[in-house]
Design a protein around this ligand. Structure first.
Ligand code: F6R
Length: 587
């Protein structure tokens, strides 16, 4: 949510570099963008509503500077306008600030500083004004420290002051990473922004500040004391964060599932056994995540029950704090997150920890806050996921949960074999003919207002996930139901031609789902069956491999593709759906 990028170093095209970096972060926010630098002692700024991918680099080539910073916005306070775009400034336009998160006590500070002096509706502008106030009597670093100490809420900020050749950044609750190159430094809210320049990073933790000049100096935000940080080497390749031959990241990431599942299950045996044992030892085990990751948790609930005979409770992270009555030191919380930065997940973790419970996590972004704040974390190794809609991360997370469930049953190697087979069957399935067929199914659906998806048992969460995928990128109203729930209400929605997708695995509930599908058909629904076997009730049949209990992993793939093609055919950008941003770092 909101992309931040700052640069200080040996190159004199800092502005261009910042724009290019922000273009790589556009998935975090695309309402508006802005960049700023100190141009020979004068503040230069350009900010604008719209996508930074449309910024013209030629406008910046003559503006030579070795320091610059910028922002892509996902609006929280104040509408999407040029004035509300970041950076924001103090009244003398000496201090500029970019910010991700929310300053909860901004109104109180704004009133104190004189609301009439503000030019935007944002909470961010108070940061620049307050620093300027303290700057009158303190050196810049101290002024920033004093101001930041007053802010309540979650934030990541970067500050630049004209005439002082350094950047100061601070973090509480929103991600910020320092990339350490050779005589150059990067500040960004996500690693792909600077991956082509360096793979060496320092993660800023909560309540930490960094001063970037000819080096980096880390301070504790509360005490101002210096702190030592560990340099981490990231194993992502720069190309893995590029679109390559694909039109969109979403398609690229769907296609990467040909090998991401295999990477996900390639874990140290000890790590998988450790988690399996922790679940066994726990008294009260919870799974939690948000959105797609939440649906993955629900699938996990079924895997643990069906494979390991173990009841695990799922709660969406935003609801998890309500469960605090049930938490105790023997409880275990397993959180699932692609970004590793989701605010609701972090809050769920805090609640669990406050009760003495242990927290394990499955995350895609190594070194992310969730990974670092867990007692134990597994990296799902899906590589950078940049499309807003989560695809490959979800199947990798499901693969890992299935693996852990088989390990709990003492059949880890068998679990690996089954999942390796799933990986290779997904590889076969994602062939050009399959893609063309999904495109034709999308043609049939693209002008409809509504679509419904049904599934049962481990495919019920996939019906819910299918609905998220279709909604978020195609804006078609889609809803997922437990197949058996249809006749308790939703069937009233079905009319002649209503598209309904039925997830029919080759399992013990197959006949039930077929029966429910027939009920839909009897009301005139147009049935798209996703199944290893053909059935007369299907108007369209999307053939998927038969992979037993792992069916959610293969069933969701054609729906990801369907959602993608629906977006493209409806003239939408699937990578940047309206109102959404990757990595939801606000509650
Ligand atoms: C939907 C989607 C979101 C995320 C959710 C959690 O396609 O991407 O629903 O799954 O915001 O994000 P992470 O996994 O980063 O915690």
């Amino acid at each position: 949510m909101c992309g931040i990028f700052g640069y200080l170093g040996k190159r004199d095209n800092a502005l261009e570099l910042v724009i290019k970096g922000l273009q790589k972060l556009e998935y975090r926010g695309y309402d508006s963008w802005g960049v700023t630098t100190d141009l020979n002692g004068e503040l230069f700024c350009k900010k604008k509503v719209g996508k930074i991918s449309e910024a013209n680099l030629d406008d910046f080539t003559d503006k030579k500077a070795t320091i610059a910073m910028g922002h892509t916005r996902w609006a929280t306070h104040g509408g999407v306008t040029d004035a509300n775009a970041h950076p924001h400034f103090d009244p003398d336009r000496q201090i500029s600030v970019v910010h991700n998160g929310i300053i909860e006590n901004f109104q109180e500070i704004k009133d104190e500083l004189g609301a009439e002096n503000f030019v935007s509706e944002t909470d961010t502008e108070v940061i620049a004004h307050l620093i300027a106030k303290y700057r009158k009597n303190h050196p810049f670093k101290e002024a920033v420290l004093k101001a930041v100490q007053r802010f309540e809420g979650r934030f990541a900020i970067v500050v630049l002051n004209v005439g002082e050749n350094y950047l100061i950044a601070a973090r509480r609750g929103s991600p910020l990473i320092v990339g350490i190159g050779e005589d150059e430094y990067f500040l960004a809210s996500d690693i792909p922004a600077f991956l082509e320049y360096t793979q060496n990073v320092n993660y800023l933790d909560d309540n930490e500040m960094v001063i970037v000049d000819g080096g980096v100096e880390f301070l504790n935000l509360e005490t101002g004391e210096p702190i030592k940080k560990r340099l981490v080497n990231i194993d992502w390749k720069a190309e893995s964060a590029e679109k390559g031959e694909f039109d969109h990241f979403m398609l690229k990431e769907i296609m990467e599932q040909k090998d991401t599942i295999l990477r996900a299950i390639n874990q140290e045996e000890d790590d998988i056994m450790h988690i399996a044992q922790q679940i066994k030892n726990s008294r009260g085990c919870f799974l939690s995540g948000c959105g797609t990751a939440g649906k993955v948790c629900m699938a996990g609930e079924y895997f643990f029950s069906m494979i390991a005979n173990r009841h695990v409770n799922f709660a969406p992270s935003s609801e998890f704090p309500i469960y605090h009555h049930f938490l105790r030191p023997e409880s275990l919380l397993i959180v699932i997150s692609q970004s590793g930065e989701t605010a609701d997940v972090l809050e769920a973790m805090e609640v669990a920890k406050s009760k003495g419970a242990k927290v394990l996590s499955l995350v895609n972004v190594e070194g992310s806050t969730i990974a670092r704040q867990s007692d134990f974390s597994i990296h799902i190794k899906a590589g950078p996921e940049k499309a807003v809609a989560s695809t490959k991360a979800a199947t990798s997370q499901m693969a890992l949960m299935l693996l852990i469930a088989t390990a709990m049953r003492g059949e880890l190697q068998e679990g690996r074999r089954v999942l390796a087979d799933v990986g290779s069957k997904i590889n076969d399935m994602l062939n050009p003919r399959f893609l063309t067929y999904i495109k034709t199914v999308a043609e049939q659906l693209k002008d409809h207002e509504n679509a419904y998806i049904i599934g049962k048992a481990e495919n019920y969460p996939m019906a819910l996930e299918a609905a998220i995928k279709i909604q978020e990128v195609s804006y078609i109203h889609a809803e997922g139901f437990a197949a058996g729930e249809l006749k308790h209400g939703p069937i009233a929605l079905i009319a002649k031609g209503t598209p309904c997708i039925s997830l029919v695995a080759n399992d013990e509930v197959r006949q039930d789902v077929i029966n429910n599908t027939m009920e839909l058909k009897a009301r005139g629904a147009h049935i798209i069956g996703i199944s290893p076997e053909k059935h007369d009730v299907f108007d369209e049949w999307i053939k998927v491999p038969d992979v037993g209990v792992a069916s959610p992993l293969v069933n969701i793939v054609p729906i990801q593709l369907l959602a993608y093609y629906l977006a493209v055919q409806r003239g939408l950008d699937p990578d940047m759906p309206r109102n959404l941003a990757k990595s939801v770092t606000v509650k």
